[in-house]
Design a protein. Structure first.
Length: 335
């Protein structure tokens, strides 16, 4: 398949976080056929039942190209026009997978056999696949991580602190609220306090941001709620310790806080001749590096349309990315 065909084939396999098995099996089969013809190795790296990373390697890999298999919900299938391929994951990150594989095919056609392809599960949730991969490094000196950067080389990315905040209460008839305790009221008090915690600023990455992503709870409008829950994500620009302590303090006595993920901000390798950018999202790099090598971050696609109903990737950027990835592997292999 060419890069456009492969992108669409990948997009059309639903792989919302936790449901990556089908796209993983597709890639395992695709890369196994390539490996048979080019003396490579392909393996499934088990993460948990019915979830696995896919690792393909040739020779003694000095460079690993890596990105993630999972997408955010909701799924919607691919379509294309003269300029773009549309669909969930087209930008984040199935177009990137396709570009990396096509770059690998070009390298193999030119008898370059010292690289690996690593595709992991769970990046959109808790980096579960990257954590397993970090325990079994492949020996590469450089890790090229793919995320939407408009094919610019990222200098730095924000980290992430993901928390679940759960409040308990006591059910009662809503006509007599004094007989119960509202978990929703407790949760709202905590979230209001959290929203007023001062957030740090960094000269390169800018200001930390906080998003209350989900809220759920209660039984019915006429029942005082006995449970409520929220998910919060902070984009970090510095160490998380002070912010974590402030959030736990805001919840004290009213809710329990559970840390799901903490990834620090990351800084990346620079390569002369590439346009650069700084990104506000978080990647698997803090988990994978340094075990998989010195990190670079670059990929086709625009992050501002990722996670939206308008997600798409430029066909020109996909084609350019094939050249960029193959060129980077050649350059880094010589360094």
């Amino acid at each position: 398949m060419n890069v456009f065909e492969l992108t669409r084939a990948l997009v059309d396999i639903e792989s919302i976080t936790g449901n990556e098995a089908d796209v993983g099996s597709f890639l395992f089969d695709y890369l196994s056929r390539l490996a048979v013809a080019t003396v490579g190795r392909v393996e499934r790296m088990e993460v948990e039942p019915n979830r696995f990373n896919v690792l393909a390697s040739w020779g003694d890999p000095g460079v690993t190209l890596s990105t993630h298999l999972d997408t955010v919900p909701p799924f919607f299938a691919s379509r294309e026009d003269s300029e773009n391929i549309w669909g969930r994951g087209s930008s984040d990150a199935k177009g990137i997978i396709a570009s990396m594989i096509c770059a690998g095919e070009e390298l193999l056609a030119d008898r370059v056999t010292n690289f690996a392809l690593l595709f992991v599960v769970g990046e959109e949730r808790n980096s579960a696949g990257a954590r397993i991969a970090a325990q079994s490094p492949g020996g590469s000196r450089y890790l090229i991580n793919g995320e939407p950067t408009d094919n610019k080389l990222a200098l730095a990315s924000k980290g992430a602190l993901r928390l679940e905040i759960a409040a308990r209460g006591k059910m009662a008839h809503s006509a007599y609220p004094e007989l119960g305790e509202s978990a929703i009221g407790n949760l709202l008090d905590v979230l209001e306090a959290v929203r007023h915690i001062p957030l740090p600023n960094d000269g390169l990455l800018g200001r930390s941001t906080l998003n209350i992503g989900t809220i759920s709870g209660g039984r019915a409008p006429n029942v005082v709620a006995d449970w409520a829950r929220a998910e919060v994500l902070v984009r970090l620009v510095s160490d998380a310790d002070a912010l974590r302590e402030a959030i736990f303090s805001a919840a004290k006595g009213k809710a329990e806080v559970k840390e799901v993920l903490c990834a620090p901000p990351a800084h990346f390798e620079r390569i002369d001749g590439f346009p650069t950018t700084v990104v506000s999202y978080t990647t698997d790099v803090p988990v994978l590096s340094p075990n998989w090598g010195k990190p670079l971050l670059i990929g086709p696609g625009n992050i501002r349309v990722a996670h939206t109903g308008e997600e798409r990737v430029s066909k020109k950027q996909l084609s350019d990315a094939v050249v960029i990835y193959s060129d980077l592997v050649r350059r880094l292999s010589r360094s």
